[in-house]
Design a protein around this ligand. Structure first.
Ligand SMILES: [Zn+2]
Length: 424
């Protein structure tokens, strides 16, 4: 009895402390877009308690005495943006040989810098699409705890790849490859299932695979499918059995089609996706994450001695096709979700993707939805992020102008809140 009494007393004390420390923030904004699919509303008052939105009301309501007040004037308030493909632990243009020189820990330091830059650019949730060992998991913990200024991170950890494929270490002597091996290559359905379970045990929120060849690695085996269909099936089934989704880096059409047929959840890049591949994606409910900004970054660096001849050749194969898959995806009803591949270009320029999506045929409203409601759905987090509503995480940004009229407004974000915390 005495023990139960003590537990009750401690519980009451904790509840009392929590209630006394509940933080209320009141935000006033001139225009509010609560949902990319709905019309904007006029001047509004948004109340946030700790990390949650508790109310959104029209007009300017009085704030409680102890509330922190944020007056955004005539700015437009909207849901925090979501980027489904970033590499926070890396910066662009690095020599591939740095893999043999820089320790994994340096990736965390670079990641702390980039997490802050990304959040200030308006991105309150990112999917970390491949990084060394535990680096993204440490960053994820740091931003969740508030130790590190940065977005919510959905982390993949190291990507699964075929031996010598895009996600493997390439370009060195075989004995150096052995030393730098991340431990996530696999051959055959059995070993691929094993590596999915290993990634899950290590802390992955999502499984990342390199389903086809890739542009910026030293592998010279083209951009088509690398895994076999039984391997892809094994990866998808094993991940799904653990409650994890799978994101596939994929360029070649037949590699995209095979990945979608196996039940992979998102196709990232999707450069050469033809109608046959897109029809399988449509049938399977697969999202396309176009990463058009990656090719802007690559275009800016081409012919400057930054890339090796192997890479330059692959770059020249892709540049003429960038954006075409987005246009066809829209025509065929394949959902387009926002992702940039930041890290291939400078972190913080993520918002540049919106104009490229519009250029490829999306309306400004569809482009904004891709980075809010659609991306949240792709993560199965649409009850938490992607809209402004009572009960949702307090992830919101403010911009000047109307992003539903001109998406360029999203390239300069004036104010950011993530999980109820105002970005400094
Ligand atoms: Zn990537």
């Amino acid at each position: 009895m005495r023990k139960i009494g003590l537990v009750a007393a401690v519980t009451l004390a904790l509840l009392g402390t929590a209630a006394a420390n509940a933080k209320t923030t009141v935000v006033y904004a001139g225009r509010v877009i609560t949902d990319a699919d709905k019309p904007a509303q006029g001047p509004s008052t948004i109340v946030i308690t700790d990390d949650r939105i508790t109310s959104i009301t029209a007009g300017r309501s009085a704030a409680p005495a102890d509330a922190e007040i944020v007056d955004l004037g005539d700015k437009t308030l909207l849901p925090g943006l979501i980027d489904l493909h970033v590499h926070l632990t890396g910066d662009p243009g690095g020599d591939f040989r740095s893999a043999a020189v820089e320790p994994d820990e340096w990736g965390v330091v670079v990641g702390v810098k980039n997490a802050g830059i990304t959040l200030r650019a308006g991105f309150t949730t990112v999917r970390e699409a491949g990084s060394a060992q535990y680096t993204a998991y440490s960053l994820r913990r740091g931003t969740a705890a508030g130790f590190v200024t940065g977005p919510r991170i959905i982390a993949a950890g190291p990507a699964l790849s075929i031996i010598g494929g895009h996600g493997d270490v390439t370009g060195f002597r075989e004995d150096v490859h052995d030393v730098l091996d991340q431990g996530y290559t696999c051959t055959g359905a059995l070993e691929c299932a094993e590596k999915v379970r290993k990634a899950s045990r290590a802390g992955a929120d999502i499984i990342k695979i390199t389903a086809t060849g890739g542009v910026l690695s030293q592998q010279g085996r083209g951009l088509e499918g690398h895994f076999t269909s039984p391997e892809l099936q094994s990866i998808a089934d094993t991940a799904h059995s653990l409650g994890l989704k799978v994101m596939a880096h994929a360029h070649g059409a037949r590699g995209i089609e095979a990945a979608a047929a196996a039940g992979i959840d998102t196709i990232d890049h999707g450069t050469f996706a033809d109608d046959a591949a897109l029809k399988v994606m449509k049938a399977k409910g697969t999202y396309l994450v176009p990463t058009l900004m990656a090719f802007e970054g690559i275009r800016e660096r081409l012919g400057k001695g930054i890339y090796t001849p192997t890479v330059e050749e692959k770059v020249r194969m892709t540049l003429g096709s960038v954006g075409k898959a987005v246009t066809r995806a829209k025509a065929l009803g394949v959902p387009v979700a926002f992702g940039t591949d930041a890290g291939v270009f400078e972190h913080g320029r993520n918002g540049g993707e919106f104009a490229l999506l519009v250029k490829a045929g999306l309306t400004p409203r569809e482009a904004l939805a891709s980075a809010t409601t659609v991306a949240a759905k792709a993560l199965s987090m649409d009850g938490e992020i992607g809209r402004l509503a009572p009960g949702m995480s307090a992830d919101m940004i403010a911009v000047s102008g109307d992003p539903l009229a001109d998406v360029a407004a999203l390239e300069k974000v004036d104010w950011v809140m993530v999980r109820g915390r105002i970005a400094d």
